[in-house]
Each structure stands twice: as C-alpha cells, then as structure tokens.
Design a protein around this ligand. Structure first.
Ligand SMILES: C[S@@+](CC[C@H](N)C(=O)[O-])C[C@H]1O[C@@H](n2cnc3c(N)ncnc32)[C@H](O)[C@@H]1O
Length: 390
C-alpha cells in the first residue's frame, strides 16, 4: 500500500498534514481509479444513450443514489455538449449523499449557508421542484456570481435568492407572506420602492443603483447583499425593509428554515483532485493557503460559528446537515462535539438512507465518513441534527 501511495504526487507538506491529523495516506492510493460522477438533469433520463454517445463512455448507474452515474476518471465533463447544454451536472456522489441526508421535500424552505459554487444548491432546487424556496449564502462574491450563472444555465433560479453575506452572522429568515404589504405604501403616503422582477439586463439607472448598493454594502459589511432572486422566491413586490426584516431567536423557532445545509469551508483534504490542482499553482501555495496550522485553527472556529448560526436559523423540528470535504477530526467530530455541548436543543440523528451507502461511521456514532477507498468517492464528512421542540 505504501508503495502505491508513493506513486501519487503528494507533496511533503500534505503528507505532514495527514500525519499531524492522524490520517492514513493510503486512502488516496486508489485516487487514479476513483470514478467521476455526474447527475442527470431531471427529465433528461430518456436522453441517456445520446449523452453516452456524446461523452464516449458508458454511464453506470449509482445504485445507492438516485439520478447519479459514475464515469471513468479520465472523462472530462466540461468539454461535453451534454454539459454545455445543461443536461448533466458534475457532482461527486458523496456530495449528493450530503444533500440526500436532508430529505428535501416539496414546500421546504431551505437555507444553504456556504452555497458557492452551487453544486449542492442545484441538487436541492431540483429536489424541491415547484414548491418551497432556497436561500443561498456565501461570503465570496465571485464564487456566488458563478453560482448565479449556474442557476441561469440550468433554469433553476425561480425559487431561489442569493446573498453575499457572512454565514456566521446571516440573520434573514425565509420570506413569509406580508399581508399588510405589497398593496399599500407607507403609512405617511410615501412611495415605497419595491423589488421588481430580477433581470440581468439592467437599465443604466438600475446599474447605477446596484453599484450604489454595492458601495453601501462595502461600507456596511454586516449587511447581506442580494445578488439574485427568482420570480417565485418571494422577493418581487417586497420593500427593502420587508426583505431585510429580522426576527428574534424565539420567533425563529416558528418561522425559521425547515432545512439547513452547512457545507462548511475546510482544508479540502478529502478531495485529492483539489489538492492536486496545487501541482500547477505550487505546493508552497498549498501550504500557505490550505494547510497552515494557524489557518486551520481559525477554520475550526469558523466551522463551529457557521454550524451554530445555521442551527439558530432553523425552526423547531427542522433539520440541519453539516458537511466538510476534510477528513480531519478537528474539522468534523471535534466541531460536532463542541456544538452539541453548546446547544442543548440539538439532537444528533442517524441518517436513515445511509444504511445502503458505502461509507464508514465517523468517530462519533451516527456521523459518516466517505473516503476514496471505502466509498469510491471523494472524502466527505456528514452529520445530521434535529432542532428539538422545547
Ligand atoms: C466547501 S465550499 C461550498 C461548496 C458548495 N456547497 C457546493 O456544493 O458547491 C465552502 C464555501 O464556504 C464559503 N465561506 C467561507 N467562509 C464563509 C462565511 N463566513 N460565510 C459564508 N460562506 C463562507 C466559501 O466561500 C466557499 O464557497
């Protein structure tokens, strides 16, 4: 096994990182044979043969995850016509499992707190269908802009709104109907500006206003910046005050989100494809940007804050999935343990569907770990919680 590990171009810094975190490098030994995964856009199942011809490979159904197919690791998805035409998505099966753990059902109001670039967000929207809504949040504007492009490409944005915001402090609950708004203007008879249908083609006046909003957002870094909303995301017709209306924590128990996904920022060590990108960018960059001990300490603080805030925004009886593509205990089980200590209303749940998934238990019972050797997927940690009704 050791010999096989050596064949991989794993930089010393990464091997040291694995060692310091008690991770066995042999889980990366089969990386070259780990398949890629795609998911068919719902409705494109009948085009399977056409997609296979286009991709010049057989699509093997993933029997444990509906809608997912594996393809050989050498096939490049982005070059295919099927991908350009929005018939397939590139998404690892372990990522699909994290979303599947949420048990999305029609009508759910979902929060995706670290949404960009949006692979999981698109899956949530596909599962949601015509009812419910999704709020996507990410702190990185350029990454969330890429997510918006993805929603447009797959024509998925109708029920979605996207905010550039810090997920550790984001406080907006799902949009409720405001029976006393929309029809009437302010009590003083002033004309209140209301959100019109979102369009990427904007007039000069609207572009100027958007630039002003961005400047304001830069001056008020705590304020979420809305960069996209679909026709049926509940935003059209609201005033800014209504959109940015926040409620106290006790009210969130009744009007919070039904489901929350916290796919937290991490060191990405479970995704060897991500690590291998640094072969081109330079291993020093990997050490500085990803593995630096001080940075990883800060990351675990960030992860706990994201998880705690995501949980705060959940209604009583709602469900949250926490996932990372790191396999270190510090970013996963330790975060979960600390979170459970601090949140008496959080219950760690067994993930029912996982009985048929090719993964291992995490170091805390009920948590899950996917890795290339056990699962033939990228590495991923998944934990699911329920917010208890007090
Ligand atoms: C693992 S990626 C999310 C991948 C995404 N869920 C998907 O399926 O495509 C983590 C994301 O967290 C975002 N992030 C980092 N710090 C954040 C914060 N304080 N608030 C919100 N998002 C944050 C990063 O910009 C990054 O896009």
């Amino acid at each position: 096994m050791e010999e096989e590990t050596l064949k991989l171009p794993l930089p010393d810094a990464f091997v040291d990182f694995l060692d310091a975190n008690g991770l066995d490098p042999s889980i990366y030994s089969q990386t070259d044979s780990t398949p890629r995964y795609i998911r068919l856009k719902p409705g494109c199942e009948s085009a399977l043969e056409e997609i296979e011809a286009d991709m010049e490979c057989k699509l093997e159904k993933v029997d444990w995850l509906p809608g997912f197919y594996s393809i050989p690791p050498t096939v490049h998805i982005a070059n295919s016509r099927s991908y350009r035409e929005g018939k397939i998505y590139g998404i690892d099966a372990a990522s699909g499992a994290a979303v599947s753990a949420l048990n999305i059902s029609a009508g759910d109001r979902v929060l995706d707190l670290c949404a960009a670039p949006g692979a999981k967000l698109c899956l949530i929207l596909d599962l949601l269908g015509e009812l419910g809504s999704v709020t996507g949040v990410d702190v990185a504007r350029h990454r969330l802009a890429a997510c918006r492009t993805m929603l447009q490409k797959y024509e998925l944005g109708d029920h979605c709104r996207l905010f550039v915001a810090d997920g550790t402090t984001f406080s907006l609950t799902p949009i409720r109907d405001h029976p006393d708004s929309k029809s009437c203007d302010s009590a003083l008879g002033e004309k209140v500006e209301r959100f019109k249908e979102w369009t990427s083609r904007r007039t000069w006046k609207e572009r100027k206003k958007a630039a002003r909003d961005r400047e304001n957002a830069a001056m008020n870094p705590g304020e979420p910046e809305l960069i996209f909303y679909g026709r049926r995301a509940g935003v059209v017709g609201l005033s800014k005050d209504e959109l940015y209306h926040t409620v106290c924590d006790s009210e969130i128990l009744s009007c919070g989100y039904d489901k929350v996904l916290v796919d937290a920022e991490c060191t990405h060590d479970g995704s060897i494809k991500h690590i291998q990108k640094f072969e081109h960018w330079g291993w020093k960059t990997l050490q500085r940007r990803v593995l630096d001990a001080e940075r990883t300490d800060n990351l675990t603080v960030l992860q706990l804050k994201l998880l705690s805030n995501g949980f705060r925004l959940l209604k009583a009886g709602g469900f949250l999935v926490y996932s990372t593509c790191s396999l270190t205990i510090a970013q996963n089980e330790d975060v979960v343990e600390q979170f459970l200590k601090e949140n008496a209303s959080a219950e760690l749940l067994e993930i029912e569907a996982a009985k048929s998934w090719p993964c291992r238990s995490g170091w805390i019972p009920k948590t899950l770990r996917f890795d290339p050797v056990t699962s033939q997927t990228s590495g991923l940690f998944v934990a699911k919680f329920k917010k208890l009704e007090n």
